[in-house]
Design a protein around this ligand. Sequence first.
Ligand code: ATP
Ligand code: MG
Length: 418
Amino acid sequence: MSSAERYNALKGIQDIYPPEIYIWQEVEKTARDVFSTYGFQELRAPIIEPTDIFVRSIGETTDIVEKEMYTFSDKAGRSITLRPEGTAPLVRCYVQNHLYNLPSPQKFFYSGPMFRYERPQKGRFRQFYQIGVEALGSSDPKLDAEIISMLKLFFERLGLKELNYDVNSIGCEKCRPDYKISLLNFFSDKIDRLCPDCKRRYEYNPLRILDCKVDECITLKAGAPRVIDFLCGGCRAHFDVVLSLLNLLNVPYEINTNMVRGLDYYTRTTFEVTTKQLGAQNAVAAGGRYDRLVEEFGGPPTPAIGFAIGMERVVELLQSSNKQDIPNPKVFIATIGAPAEKESLIIANKLRENGVWVEIGYAGNSLKSQLRKADRLSSDYVLIIGDDEISSGKVKWKHLSDGTQGEIPFSEVYDFLT
Ligand code: ATP
Ligand code: MG
């Protein structure tokens, strides 16, 4: 191993730094702004949890639990997992802290890194970021429609338009068993041709076969029974209201009966936002109802719904739409000589106290190189201070984009620039 490699980040894990970070901040701010108009408040749960929290909720036979979790023993031998998703920790927090005693529904958002040991590729990382929301304590289909339309508003605010909204209902514990039987019948003469994962899924979790990305399995599932044809009265009525409200709210959805989602806790409504611009990793956000999960964590019966947005994929869409707004300094103070350097520190301080981004030159660079730096930083203004300016009490200014320039007394610099 060369010393350069030795100090690389882990595979599938990337650094995020300027200028790309500005897109991340814009996405995060947009999410906060939009979600707070719907009453969602921030909740910060830990990044590490007891492994069981994920195994029990996400499901033992899901891809995440079977092969993607970063699980290790801590020094006391406890099994710990880096969170692969944000819903289970949030629900654990909700139950542990009795947040169900507050008026329902409680609405939260979170953001931060998630960890999955997946094959790294475009749009797929081992540490990736999600922003998600969860609304707990109501089974009202209005909430489903509101949440999906909130997602639409979020993407519109970011200027992302050509997105598809897929929705489905995967029923509840009453209607899903019948559907499972029918699915098992459908695949019974195709088991040999299923991929090894799906052979196992056939035994333990047949719905997952619909989610498989292997070509042969995609072919085999054509004509499979549709879960929406098996919904019980309650689930059917719920789904119908969700769809009618999505129409009312102008969400251009499509029903995708194969969308079952990769986690076991979902019930009833599931949805996914996809784009045609990212190739294979086309899902930018996904979510659904999980009406039983709070109870499974030992809380009272609490129907709930949420979604998670894949940050890297959203950032990539914004990068390709070329909409980046990189902040720049307002003022660069170029100086010649020690007295001017001192004066520049005083001016810079005062401007910064007034919220102005000020850059100064360092290490006695020539005026020319300081001006070049101001230009590279795209500073709005340059102030130039030398011995002459110190003795005349005036500073030279130049507006870089249009070339206008002039002189003002030191005492007027602040009014001029703020
Ligand atoms: P996918 O089908 O792309 O694997 P998923 O069903 O595993 O997604 P969820 O667990 O529902 O995804 O996560 C929600 C969103 O988080 C996804 O739609 C995607 O945008 C993003 N996401 C999931 N896994 C990764 C990853 N490994 N790297 C980057 N983004 C991811
Ligand atoms: Mg996945």
